[in-house]
Design a protein around this ligand. Sequence first.
Ligand SMILES: [Mg+2]
Length: 125
Amino acid sequence: MSRSDQKVLVVDDQYGIRVLLKEVFSREGFQLYQAANGKTALDIIRAEKPNLILLDMKMPGMDGLELLRNLKKEEIDAKVIMMTAYGELDMVEEASKLGALSHFTKPFDIVELKEEVLRQLTSSS
Ligand SMILES: [Mg+2]
């Protein structure tokens, strides 16, 4: 699958993070989608079936965990990489149980995050 066929969704209530990640991954050639909250994210996920989701855990309204529970309930398959704040280990553990593949603590190293996304998108599992 070529990069332009791959869809990446960025979900974060922080505008700056969305802009940064959109720029970085658009430049890599992926189709980029973004959502500022869980509800919008779920709508985009249902409609676009993204290959990979970069998911902020702490958001007002539907948070990352609730979004993951919804994906599981609807049997939607997407690779999920979490973005957390320092000290949210309980959330990380819970999210891993719900199928999230890895997590990055903010402020994360954008190069490391990019490598992880590329690795996940090129692995077949
Ligand atoms: Mg947040």
